[in-house]
Write a new protein. Structure first.
Length: 399
């Protein structure tokens, strides 16, 4: 098409090419061309992207090219783990507020994309993938900011294309329970209507590549759970709770990662209902979660990295053992009765250690599986004089 070709030859030369996918309705915009070249280790590249190119992240994620709940993954061909041969490729995860350290739903989408692309300018190590032509699958090692994520992608018989009819699986980085049954005071000035006269609630903190505060929906005062509830009211409550949590010393202490302080922040509040959830065949139980992450962004998927965190928490509480399959749902998977993530613990004897051995943690490795699908492809440009969309915007910030 002539207009499309003309736009891709804009004077600015800033054409950003993307593939869009979704995992249980949660988008992953895979940026495979046009993002500026970054340097250093993957965490250093993340820092560089934040400090020098955050306007490009906003351009891709926010309006008018994206929306408040858009999510993205930037392909990073060179990292220290790629150079050492441990990983085939790296990635940076992006959202409405910046750059996260791990994302399960995006990893599932990336796995399919990396198998399906044969463009060596996008994926230089593509020819290093060795398909298993008996099991019809291939292993892809992805370097995420939290560490190495090992992905298994189902394939066609010749191993050259992903098979969308079967789930992608990934092994989490070591996940662990950071704090159980924390009591959190709720001052009256931050209380929400449903909390009533309660002055405190209890929650847990767990790590699955990022830190999550996990709270039962009924602790927030919503007696019907995640069924026949007001999403607006829960959102209001969680906004207040999350801003309060990051001021509390005992919560901040739980968020200290043994290996790297750049991982030590509260990424999300996960609201959990253990009493409902679509239950696929072959699992022992099911539950539902509603994940609020980044700048009050709501995950449509069951949240794969938090699935790892929830399995680690359940294991620490004696409620989950190795090999016990469990289904994790979102509102979307319950609505369509499909799209739950299925997980089980494959290693329950993992040590997470840093420079200070006193902060070492015992954790688990979790196998998580789910399905991702393609939704489109696009090339984004900024036309000369277009100040409105050059760095993206959020409508609420325009008031």
């Amino acid at each position: 098409m002539d207009v499309a070709r003309q736009l891709e030859q804009t004077p600015s030369g800033e054409v950003i090419k993307c593939i869009d996918m979704h995992t249980t309705g949660e988008p992953t915009r895979i940026i495979y061309s046009g993002f500026p070249t970054l340097n250093g280790t993957l965490l250093e590249q993340r820092d560089q992207a934040k400090s020098q190119y955050d306007h490009i992240r906003k351009r891709i994620m926010l309006e008018p090219r994206g929306h408040y709940d858009m999510y993205g993954a930037i392909i990073i061909p060179e990292t220290e783990l790629v150079q050492s041969g441990e990983a085939h490729i790296g990635t940076l995860f992006t959202h409405n507020g910046g750059f996260s350290t791990m994302c399960g739903h995006a990893t599932i989408a990336l796995g399919r994309f990396l198998v399906d692309t044969h463009d060596l300018t996008v994926f230089p190590q593509r020819n290093e993938l060795k398909p298993n032509l008996t099991a019809f699958e291939v292993k892809v090692n992805i370097h995420a900011p939290c560490g190495l994520v090992r992905v298994v992608v189902p394939t066609s018989a010749d191993g050259q294309k992903s098979d969308s009819s079967r789930p992608v699986r990934f092994l989490s980085t070591p996940a662990y329970c950071a704090a159980k049954d924390l009591e959190v005071s709720i001052p009256r000035e931050i209380a929400w209507p449903e909390i009533g006269d309660k002055t405190s609630l209890r929650l847990d903190v767990s790590y699955g590549g990022a830190f999550y505060a996990l709270v039962d929906i009924r602790q927030l005062g919503f007696r019907t759970g995640l069924h026949n509830f007001s999403l607006e009211a829960v959102t209001f409550a969680v906004k207040r709770l999350k801003r309060h949590l990051v001021t509390l010393p005992h919560v901040i202490e739980a968020l200290q990662h043994p290996e790297d302080q750049r991982l030590s922040f509260l990424y999300s509040v996960m609201v959990v209902d253990h009493e409902i959830g679509s239950k696929p065949d072959g699992v022992e139980g099911a539950e539902t979660g509603l994940c609020f992450f980044a700048e009050d962004q709501i995950d449509r998927s069951p949240t794969g990295s938090c699935v790892a965190a929830r399995m680690a928490l359940a294991h620490a509480k004696g409620a989950r053992k190795q090999g016990q399959a469990w289904a994790y749902n979102s509102l979307v998977s319950n609505h369509f009765n499909t799209g739950a993530f299925v997980a089980n613990i494959v290693d329950e004897d993992v040590k997470i250690e840093g420079p200070n051995t006193q902060t070492a943690r015992s954790g688990v490795v979790v196998l998580v599986e789910g399905n991702a699908y393609y939704t489109g492809t696009m090339a984004f440009v900024v036309e000369q004089g277009d100040r409105t969309s050059e760095s993206g915007f959020v409508l609420g910030a325009c008031t």
